[in-house]
Design a protein around this ligand. Structure first.
Ligand SMILES: [Zn+2]
Length: 407
């Protein structure tokens, strides 16, 4: 698609094609009175002023702020059923143990691929309407070969149908199915599920819940090493509940990202920095579980690139708003608005292996950008819980927001 976006009051972007870390994470390039020219879905020109005369479609941003399309690098957006009862129990003071995952497993197993698509479609469109143009989605509520593949096929269908970039992650190692002995299930993961997922090209990453009560470091290492051998990228749900060595393992395997990290050890943080592994922090989960927030400043100061995601899922985090997570990151993680903007664009894209394509507005990248009803990007976290996305542009086409032409 071709498009000229002009009248941009402020274009705010982290620059580059790799994750930014340390002080560089807080360095945002600002271009005032700017335009962006798109040809065939790619950015071909960025500059000051009105831009070249264009015969193609144009959008006057009327002095509004423009940022890259937001990237949510961690969700469990495909599932059936809900866990309202668990939410209410938590509100009465019961503690989260992760056991409720099996409630969602039962509902997801009972649903067809078509039903999963129907359920996830409006969720993803609501995320898109808030400026999120790329979303990672994990399997992990099937826990049998057929049900895990069904989830991944649902993600694949949604990716073909919706104007959102979906990055599928195989997470059969999300929990243990109650009907199979643990060691046998790990064998099924390694010997059956991973080869089928790789053969059918259904996932770009493999993720393992490496934590107390879930997969041990040894089990996670076996699963992830197999995944790597099959050509999948690696992610680890690391040290959310206890410091079990998940961050250390992520560093050892040079994983693309390590997620949660609430209880990551000092050694683990050093290992992430050495490997350049992106820390995907999920403050919405801490907020909803009323637990301590991840050590964002410590990670940043140790030189670990930090990204932010929603962790959207029916149990620990029914929150799907990345802009709200940006508010939490400023208020609770003590990140600057600049660091937050990098965390939800370029660094989030890097966590998905897409920093060369997405995450900034520069010549050669895909034209994913958002025009916001705001003058400065600090207003996005500041106007909490409000949707300021005015025009959401994906691959050069306006796909959501009040400025979107009605179909
Ligand atoms: Zn998760």
């Amino acid at each position: 698609m071709d498009l000229l976006v002009y009248g941009i009051g402020q274009l705010a972007i982290p620059t580059g094609t790799a994750a930014r870390r340390g002080p560089a994470q807080g360095e945002i390039s600002l271009l005032r009175n700017a335009y962006v020219l798109v040809r065939d879905g790619r950015i071909v020109e960025v500059g000051r002023g009105r831009g070249p005369r264009s015969a193609g479609p144009t959008l006057d941003a009327e002095s509004r702020l423009v940022t890259p399309g937001l990237v949510d690098p961690h969700t469990h957006a495909v599932f059936a059923g809900n866990r309202v009862q668990e939410f209410l129990a938590r509100a009465r003071g019961e503690k989260y143990t992760g056991g409720g995952i099996l409630t969602t497993v039962r509902a997801t197993r009972a649903a067809s691929e078509e039903e999963l698509v129907q359920l996830a479609r409006p969720r993803l469109l609501r995320m898109l309407a808030q400026g999120v143009t790329a979303v990672e989605v994990k399997s992990g509520y099937g826990l049998t070969p057929e049900d895990e593949l069904k989830m991944l096929r649902a993600i694949q269908r949604l990716a073909q149908e919706l104007p959102v970039t979906l990055v599928p992650t195989f997470m059969g190692a999300h929990a243990f199915p109650p009907e199979v002995p643990r060691a046998q299930y790990v064998q099924v993961l390694i010997g059956e599920m991973l080869p089928r997922v790789a053969e059918e090209g259904l996932a770009r990453f493999c993720d393992v819940f490496c934590d107390r009560g879930f997969y041990t470091v040894e089990e996670a290492r076996r699963i992830l090493t197999t995944a790597r051998g099959l050509g999948l990228g690696l992610k680890i749900h690391a040290d959310e509940l206890a410091p079990v060595g998940g961050a250390e393992l992520a560093g050892e395997l040079s994983a693309a990202s390590a997620e949660h990290l609430l209880h990551a050890s000092e050694e683990g943080i050093k290992a992430l920095a050495r490997a350049g592994t992106v820390a995907v922090l999920l403050p919405g989960t801490a907020f909803l579980l009323d637990e301590p927030y991840p050590p964002a400043r410590e990670l940043l100061e140790a030189g670990v690139p930090v990204a932010l995601g929603t962790d959207f899922n029916p149990g620990s985090c029914p929150l799907a708003s990345l802009p709200f997570v940006m508010s939490l990151a400023v208020l609770k993680l003590r990140l600057s608005p600049e660091e937050v903007l990098t965390a939800v664009t370029l660094n989030a894209a890097a966590a998905l292996g897409l920093a060369h394509e997405l995450g900034s507005v520069e010549v050669g990248k895909r034209a994913d950008l958002v025009v916001w009803d705001a003058g400065t990007f600090a207003e996005i976290p500041y106007w909490m819980g409000q949707n300021l996305a005015w025009a959401v542009i994906r691959d050069g086409r306006i796909v959501a927001g009040p400025a979107c032409p009605s179909p």
